[in-house]
Design a protein around this ligand. Structure first.
Ligand SMILES: [Zn+2]
Length: 96
């Protein structure tokens, strides 16, 4: 299922700082149909997505549970370690 409003709009909002940016400047975090939460640098994975503009905003969104609310899921500690390193790697790759 796609969100008609989000699909029409090209600009995405960072859930950490609420800054808006073009989609490619933000990193998509996706909850896959299988229930895993993953970084999605391609922006093409199926599932419910949320966007962050930096690793700092990712951590803030996590601490304030905005990420969990945006994805409508809880992120358990097993998933969290992998997710944090994926996000860190994705932003490091984007800067390189
Ligand atoms: Zn941000």
């Amino acid at each position: 299922m796609t969100d008609p409003i989000a699909t029409r709009k090209r600009v995405r909002t960072c859930i950490g700082c609420s800054a808006t940016s073009e989609k490619r400047a933000l990193l998509r975090i996706v909850r896959t149909p299988a229930g895993a939460v993953e970084a999605d640098p391609t922006g093409r994975k199926p599932g419910r997505g949320a966007y962050v503009c930096s690793a700092t905003c990712f951590e803030r969104a996590l601490k304030t549970a905005r990420l969990q609310r945006a994805l409508k899921t809880n992120i358990d500690s097993d998933q969290l370690d992998g997710l944090v390193s994926e996000v860190t790697r994705a932003f490091a790759a984007a800067e390189a």
